[in-house]
Design a protein. Structure first.
Length: 784
């Protein structure tokens, strides 16, 4: 009898998120939920100055407070060679300041106490004698000849310049510009923003003095990478380090770097011999942990009168803060910003970037984007929009004219990428159709005649995700690959262990679906384990939308490896040769005899109970995936806004998003990712900025000052999709987590600019506040 086939809820099924059961019941386990016997609490004293010499630190009053166990300073850390630590970008960062403080909020000392309140109180009893120095708050000032040197600790550092980086062909680009009828240029700042995860950073460091076992519970997006980094940096034996990342309350790149708090808590636990908990508060998170963006950008686009693009120049100045701590692949000093040619068939491009130290917090994290791609996407999409105005063309038409055609893939970009697949024209046509582009343009004209300001903004983005192939991509020398381990139990249930770390993306569901699609076990029967470096294979973790392209691929490959063995067992059970076995939806059958079948569950039992002579028993495998290329999700966003000419307030009337992330594993989860990304993109366009005053005081240190969009401000999003598979990915998927944040800020800003472009306004730097819009209108009208 043929086996009854149950539909497997693998790829393409909107399976409800398995992890939500515990989250919606308030049963998640976050760092602060972890309590260990004998645990102490740590609080960190932070610098009130952006730049100051430390003359002395007197800890005696703090140490005398009852309940205080230890006060740690940079001097004490230095005795253990831990006053400084390496960053992910081959720079050094102070763990606790010794010579100077270099940004407001920098870690100066730490108190370890019996409870968190005593630790906090004791901070006020630490007396630090500071001598303030000039604070440098812009990279332009940092590079002036008379600017004080921020990194005086580095003997060879004679100025505040960190790096220069280039991509593309300068000569070819100059030649292209020489042929141009028109050159459009734009100077713009992509402001410093902050990922602001719901859960702040923290850890519980537990070093057992008798065994030397170090168990560190921490908010990290990359547990196995961090284990190896700890081993390399602290010289601890790697087998004795266990990094546990429980449920992570959002990361968005903020939980990739190693922060001083983790290091001090670990050192304190080692010295004291008791577990030490450190939990950051909201202000600490905002002022001291990994920022995003902060690129001052200049772009030039060379075009023919008919709108044909000939070449692109882009240069940028990166404000890196006091330590160069960007979390990005070693080779790429300005991240993957050289994707700046975007979705366009540009014959020539040249990109350069410089980094400068300033008196601000370090970071440069991949905040819901692949490394620095958001900035690139913003620049090209703003330039293209302005080119349309300059040439009197429709902003959609100029894009359609210059898009890389679907037949041109794989497409070699002028800055060195090979785009895997795409259909940009289709995404644009769908976006135009869904928003009713032609009618909106008519409405816009009518509105203008009545003194109203309507704008339609477009952005057609190309993301680059899934870092990455071993030839070019590493972090601290470790290649950016990921492992997956799959074990099928005798009863046909499975356990999948992965090196990526969910922070809300739903990996426990989608990765089970990937296995389901390959081997036919239902997702609810597959447990997905992550977040424990003792339990999972090595890999570089979750950020920059690399989970699905790299670890998702490893998962598909390991499931195929297990299926190969399962087919051998099925052949044994069905008494045929292996070549005669066919597989579909969890059922192995005999070619030409469809009635002779056996299910994966029966095969699993046989792997332990009835395997052929000479076969190694068991049904499990491990696979490490080294991607042959990155994946290139894309899409077109269309936004319609109304701008109030009297106040500058802009209101989103419609927002249509067309996203293509290749084959969708779970369409519902993808939609959720896009909703989140669009909200973050809107926030950046409209209100988010970590600003500083002239003294380097951080003005965005609370959620009263650093504005995040709530459900109240967030517009309604209308989502649509195309599905262009990635040809090299085992299941055709591309990443999605970040695309919406990458693509949407330009669409929102372009919409506002489109409303006022007829007044000659070509740029308003983000965040596009109503005050800035009003000012621009006044200036354009020659008003006050
Ligand atoms: O690296 P990160 O997890 O941030 O991003 P991602 O790989 O883009 O995936 C975010 C979520 O969307 C994960 O649960 C993915 O498995 C899911 N996804 C999907 O269902 N289909 C895709 N084509 C891409 C992602």
């Amino acid at each position: 009898m043929a086996t009854e086939v149950e539909e497997i809820r693998g790829l393409g099924h909107s399976v409800k998120r398995k992890e939500d059961d515990r989250f919606i019941r308030g049963k998640g386990t976050y760092i602060d939920d972890i309590t260990l016997p004998g645990m102490l609490h740590m609080a960190i004293l932070r610098s009130p100055f952006a730049h100051a010499t430390i003359n002395s630190i007197d800890t005696s009053r703090a140490a005398a407070l009852p309940g205080v166990v230890a006060v740690v300073t940079g001097e004490l850390m230095a005795q253990h060679n831990l006053a400084w630590m390496p960053t992910l970008s081959y720079d050094t960062q102070a763990v606790l300041a010794t010579d100077k403080v270099r940004f407001q909020g920098q870690e100066v000392a730490a108190v370890i106490a019996e409870d968190p309140y005593i630790a906090q109180d004791a901070l006020e009893l630490i007396d630090v004698d500071y001598e303030p120095l000039e604070a440098i708050v812009t990279p332009q000032r940092a590079l002036e000849a008379d600017a004080p040197i921020i990194r005086s600790d580095k003997g060879d550092q004679k100025d505040n310049h960190i790096f220069h980086w280039e991509a593309g062909d300068k000569e070819a680009t100059d030649a292209a510009f020489a042929q141009a009828d028109v050159v459009v240029s734009l100077d713009t700042l992509y402001p410093r923003s902050h990922p602001s995860p719901l859960e702040t950073c923290g850890c519980v460091a537990d070093i057992n003095p008798s065994t030397g076992q170090a168990t560190i519970y921490m908010t990290t997006q990359a547990p196995t990478l961090i284990r190896t980094v700890f081993a390399l940096v602290a010289g601890l034996p790697e087998e004795k380090i266990r990094i546990v990342s429980p449920d992570i309350g959002g990361g968005f790149g903020n939980k990739v770097p190693v922060y001083p708090g983790y290091v001090v808590a670990t050192a304190a636990s080692l010295l004291i011999g008791r577990p030490v908990k450190w939990i950051e508060d909201r202000t600490e998170n905002l002022i001291s942990t990994g920022f995003a963006r902060d690129y001052h950008m200049h772009g030039e686009l060379a075009l023919k009168h008919d709108g044909t693009m000939l070449g692109l120049r882009a240069s940028l100045l990166a404000d890196e803060g006091a330590f160069f701590a960007d979390a990005q692949p070693t080779k790429f000093k300005i991240g993957l910003f050289h994707i700046v040619s975007g979705s366009y068939d540009l014959p020539a491009a040249f990109v350069s970037g410089d980094g400068a130290y300033t008196n601000k917090a370090p970071g440069g994290v991949a905040y819901r984007c692949s490394f620095r791609v958001t900035e690139a996407s913003y620049l090209i999409e703003r330039l293209v929009q302005n080119a349309a105005y300059e040439l009197g063309m429709d902003p959609a038409e100029i894009r359609l004219k210059n898009f890389i055609d679907k037949d041109q893939f794989p497409y070699a970009s002028p800055t060195g990428f090979v785009y895997d697949s795409g259909d940009y024209h289709r995404a644009m046509e769908l976006a135009r159709e869904k928003i009713g582009y032609a009618e909106l343009r008519k409405e816009q004209e009518e509105a203008r005649a009545q003194g109203k300001l309507y704008g339609i903004g477009l952005a057609s983005f190309t993301e680059v995700v899934g870092a990455g192939p071993h030839a070019d991509y590493d972090i601290l020398g470790l290649k950016m690959n990921d492992g997956a381990e799959l074990r099928i139990h005798p009863t046909g249930k499975a356990i999948l262990k992965i090196s990526v770390q969910t922070q809300g993306q739903g990996h426990e569901t989608t990765f089970a679906q990937i296995v389901a699609s390959q081997i036919g076990i239902q997702p609810e029967d597959i447990k997905v384990v992550h977040g424990d470096s003792d339990a999972t294979p090595f890999g570089l973790g979750t950020y920059a939308s690399r989970s699905t392209p790299v670890s998702g691929a490893a998962t598909a490959m390991v499931a195929r490896r297990v299926r190969e063995k399962a087919a051998k067992i099925a052949a044994h059970l069905l008494e045929v040769a292996e070549e005669d076995i066919e597989y579909a939806e969890g059922v192995f059958s005999v070619k030409g005899a469809p009635d002779k079948t056996t299910k994966i569950q029966d095969v699993a039992m046989a792997a332990y109970a009835n395997f052929p002579d000479g076969m190694e028993p068991g049904l499990e495998a491990v696979y490490y995936y080294d991607p042959p290329n990155l994946t290139f999700p894309f899409g077109t966003y269309a936004v319609a806004v109304e701008v109030d000419p009297d106040t500058g307030v802009w209101t989103v009337r419609r927002m249509v998003a067309v996203d293509d992330c290749g084959v969708r594993i779970n369409p519902m989860i993808v939609d959720g990712q896009i909703h989140g990304g669009l909200t973050e993109g809107f926030g950046i366009a409209a209100m988010e900025q970590i600003a500083f005053d002239d003294q380097g005081n951080c003005l965005g240190s609370t959620f009263m000052d650093y504005l995040l969009p709530t459900a109240w401000e967030t517009p309604r999003f209308e989502l649509h999709a195309t599905e262009t598979p990635s040809p090299h990915h085992p299941i055709g998927a591309k990443g999605v987590g970040e695309s919406a944040t990458v693509g949407s800020p330009a669409a929102f800003v372009n919409a506002v600019i489109d409303a006022v472009a007829h007044m000659g306004i070509r740029n308003i730097d983000m965040p596009v506040t109503s005050a800035k819009v009003w000012d621009a209108i006044q200036a354009a009208q020659g008003g006050a």
